[in-house]
Design a protein around this ligand. Structure first.
Ligand code: CJB
Length: 834
């Protein structure tokens, strides 16, 4: 092991000089320098877009110093690193996050104020980096944030999509997608690294090495180049800065001079167009596998470049390849990066000359795998003929992995043909398919689910036989978490100020356990008042946001009832809107006097549907159609308002989440692996109305049953209900029937549009059990209303919830991964041997 350098070694560099200047005049100079030298402007002649860019570039200069220090230090001490491989990083904005991390927010506010700008407006100029679909991508972003803040040497690896998650417009109630051209203006948060570029091969053929039956030479002239872009991840309250390395594809087919000379100018660069397409777009599917060849090629480009890069860094240590697992832990974020397993084997065997056994040992000690869903439509499978054509060598390696695996199973359970068929990495369908989850499982030393219930379910379902074969210990749980930096300190400044007051300093931002001190203030009347004032202010801010994005005016004194997430049948936005329809019906039955006595409510939806997901898009149309009718009904007024906020994003979430009173997480039990927005809502003093599913369960355990509203059937009951409904008509209760009737009477426009949604329940087996859960859902809504009317009780719930949320910090999740899966240690730059 290389020893930690000390001052006496002469090789030690004094890392304590990483203090950055807080001097306002110095900051101003650097902003002006960027205005003039980077953007060719004069300070007297700029708009807020340019002010943002110049400020962001000057912040980035400061981050850069620390970025370099961090990596230099980790290299020097020979630290083991974790590499978090994810096809998605849903980062959102960086400017405000970086200012808070560096403690420079006030200083920049002053500098910008001096030239006539308000910091909040400047922050609003930044576009989201939306390189992800939903929970899985945002989790990856929270995890690299926690690695940086907790000083773990870790990098994210991903793809730099030219077009991120599409922008959603609502036209005539329907979702319409527009491209997200987020790179149209300069991006201060990435560093192009043309020197870090790797060739990635596709197609071609194999030539067997005459020396060894396991080794092949893979010959192909279809070669793309993957070039690195580094995205700094600011550490809060530490000098450490993390990194996300994103690959962008360019051609390495050189400019074709012959074509150019013959006048074919387009053809001369034709290869570049094909190459770019590989990293052009993020597939907009959440919890669904697309199965397209282009997606497979994206995945491989990502895996190959990443493995080449990790090995290049490892080679600089001059250690033998057998030490790779002591220097690198690689986490596979779902199956999307699984081709990294055969890619590492290929490099070790074909390029480095290791034996199969040596290479296999290194590979399985290096990789670990996180499963995020059990939905059948999300399970990645690639047709063998497709893989064989695009990646012939990898297909061969996968066959070998499978063969050796099945041989060990055959030894363990002789003659059990059925078992071999069930666990084979190759599914015997026509055509055969490679089951990526099984490949990831066999290639890893640990497999985890993302919440306790989910980790149990995968052990009883998809990995049941693997638990029997490979032992219980390999299959573990790592409950998800969220970053308190973004999901409290940044998005909820007023409540954060209160937390700082209670704790005495800002240390809670990196240590959420400190929030338990809130419990001491539970009966402090003044404190409770200010707590509620903070919530109220957030609601007013959201009401403003709703007005600008939808034109709908809502009262910030109503109960804000929020469901924001991807639109998916299993998440049951449909059940929510049915309950709204029923509520509308009830209100219409009342006298005006009675109605005014009712609790006023704003029901807020937001979320994108995958472009090809017809049912989800129809649900959006139904929500908007219902909203239109209710919001225009003068008899109803402020008693009930319904809004669909378009273009849900990380930034939109930062407005919405701090403002919720109640948020809905109502997936059919057993279908939502964890959920992470549920954690964000409760951390921001909102209460959950939810099913007994995913992380809702653990949140309930932590905050106490008084602080959460559960309803619906349990995961272990689902199969029986589904079975029953396959053979029997569902029996909607009177409330659900009322909602159907209103739709069918054309109350919300042409009933034909929505009949398929009703049919899915009444004729399609009601797979998501809306008819089963609806009665208890309506009861739960009643319980919420009653509790909300008791304002004092509600404030108590809100404070207690926040006080008890420390488990759901992503810092806790990352520490568990570090200790139980990755075997890495925090390496703070400032403590290095001083
Ligand atoms: N998840 O966002 C996705 N996309 C997928 O393709 C599969 C799963 C989600 O991952 C989150 C992070 O673990 C979970 O909280 C969420 O339940 C799951 O749906």
């Amino acid at each position: 092991q290389p020893k930690t350098p000390t001052r006496d070694d002469g090789e030690f560099r004094d890392y304590s000089h990483s203090e950055i200047s807080r001097d306002v005049a110095t900051i101003k100079n650097s902003v002006v320098m960027h205005l003039t030298a980077t953007f060719l402007r004069t300070p007297a002649n700029i708009d807020s877009g340019q002010a943002y860019l110049a400020s962001a570039f000057s912040v980035r200069d400061r981050l850069l110093q620390r970025w370099n220090l961090t990596n230099e230090y980790h290299d020097k001490i020979g630290a083991k690193r974790v590499y978090y491989m994810s096809l998605e990083f849903l980062i959102g904005r960086t400017f405000d996050n970086a200012l808070l991390a560096l403690g420079l927010r006030e200083e920049y506010s002053k500098v910008l104020g001096d030239v006539g700008f308000c910091l909040e407006d400047i922050i609003d100029e930044e576009r989201d980096a939306a390189l992800g679909n939903g929970g899985l991508g945002r989790l990856a972003a929270c995890y690299v944030d926690s690695m940086a803040c907790s000083n773990y040497p870790g990098w994210g690896y991903g793809l730099r999509y030219k077009y991120g998650m599409f922008q959603q417009q609502i036209l005539n109630g329907y979702q319409v997608e527009a491209p997200d051209c987020w790179l149209d203006s300069p991006n201060p948060w990435e560093f192009p690294r043309p020197d870090v570029t790797y060739p990635v091969k596709f197609y071609g053929h194999l030539v067997r090495d005459p020396q060894s039956e396991h080794r092949f030479k893979w010959e192909s002239n279809v070669v793309y180049d993957a070039m690195a872009f580094d995205v700094p991840v600011p550490g809060y309250g530490t000098t450490n800065v993390g990194n996300i390395r994103l690959w962008s594809c360019k051609t390495n087919t050189l400019f074709d001079l012959n074509k150019f000379n013959s006048g074919d100018y387009q053809g001369a660069t034709g290869g570049q167009v094909a190459a770019q397409i590989l990293t052009d777009v993020l597939y907009p599917n959440d919890n669904t596998s697309e199965g397209k060849e282009l997606r497979l090629r994206q995945e491989y480009l990502f895996c190959s470049a990443t493995m080449q890069d990790i090995l290049a860094r490892f080679r600089k240590t001059n250690r033998p390849l057998s030490d790779l697992p002591d220097m690198a832990a690689i986490q596979l974020n779902d199956t999307h990066p699984t081709l990294a397993v055969p890619e590492l084997l290929r490099i070790l065997i074909d390029d480095e000359g290791l034996s199969w056994d040596e290479a296999w040992e290194i590979t399985t000690r290096t990789f670990a795998f996180t499963n995020h869903t059990i939905l059948p439509e999300a399970m990645e499978k690639w047709p063998v003929p497709m893989l064989d054509k695009i990646l012939p060598r990898h297909m061969g390696i996968i066959y070998d992995i499978n063969l050796f695996f099945l041989q060990t199973v055959e030894k363990q359970f002789p003659g059990d043909r059925e078992l071999l068929r069930k666990i084979s990495i190759i599914e015997e369908s026509n055509p055969q398919q490679v089951r990526m989850a099984f490949l990831a499982c066999v290639g890893s030393h640990k497999v985890n689910g993302v919440a306790a219930i989910h980790s149990d379910i995968i052990k009883q379902t998809i990995f049941k036989d693997f638990v029997r074969i490979q032992g219980e210990a390999k299959f573990i749980n790592k409950t998800n978490g969220v970053s308190p930096r973004r999901w409290m300190n940044e998005c909820n400044p007023d409540m954060s100020a209160l937390l700082t007051e209670v704790v005495g300093d800002r240390s809670w931002v990196n240590d959420l356990t400190k929030l338990n001190q809130l419990e001491d203030r539970i009966s402090d009347a003044g404190f409770r008042e200010r707590w509620w004032a903070a919530k109220q202010k957030n609601k007013e801010r959201l009401a403003e946001y709703i007005l600008t994005t939808t034109g709908i005016k809502v009262s910030a004194h109503a109960l804000f009832d929020v469901q924001v997430k991807r639109i998916h049948e299993y998440k049951r936005q449909l059940m929510n809107i049915f309950s709204v329809i029923y509520r509308y019906y009830q209100l219409k039955q009342m006298s005006p006097e009675q109605r005014e006595q009712e609790l006023h409510r704003v029901v807020i939806f937001a979320g994108k549907a995958a472009s090809g997901y017809w049912v989800a898009k129809q649900v959006i149309k139904l929500i908007n159609s219902v909203a239109e009718v209710i919001n225009a009904d003068d008899e109803i007024g402020d008693v009930l308002k319904v809004v669909f906020i378009p273009d849900y994003s990380v930034t939109a979430a930062e407005y919405i989440i701090p403002a919720s009173d109640i948020s809905q997480h109502i997936s059919t039990a057993g279908t939502e692996a964890s959920g992470t927005s549920n954690m964000k809502f409760v951390l921001n003093g909102g209460i959950i109305l939810g099913t007994v599913d995913g992380a809702n369960i653990e949140i309930g355990e932590e905050v106490g049953e008084e602080q959460i509203f559960f309803f619906g059937c349990l995961a272990h009951e689902v199969e029986d209900f589904r079975h029953y409904l396959r053979f029997n008509q569902p029996k909607p209760d009177a409330a659900l029937q009322t909602a159907f009737d209103m739709i069918q009477r054309n109350t919300f426009g042409d009933a034909q549009l929505f009949q398929p949604l009703i049919d899915a329940i009444m004729r399609g087996g009601d797979v998501y059990l809306l008819s089963v859960d609806f009665p208890s859902y309506i009861q739960a809504h009643k319980a919420v209303e009653e509790a909300y009317r008791n304002h004092d009780e509600w404030v108590t719930k809100s404070i207690l919830s926040v006080a008890r949320m420390s488990k759901f910090s992503s810092d806790r999740s990352i520490q568990e991964y570090a200790e139980e899966v990755w075997n890495i240690e925090p390496q703070p730059v400032l403590n290095c041997g001083l």
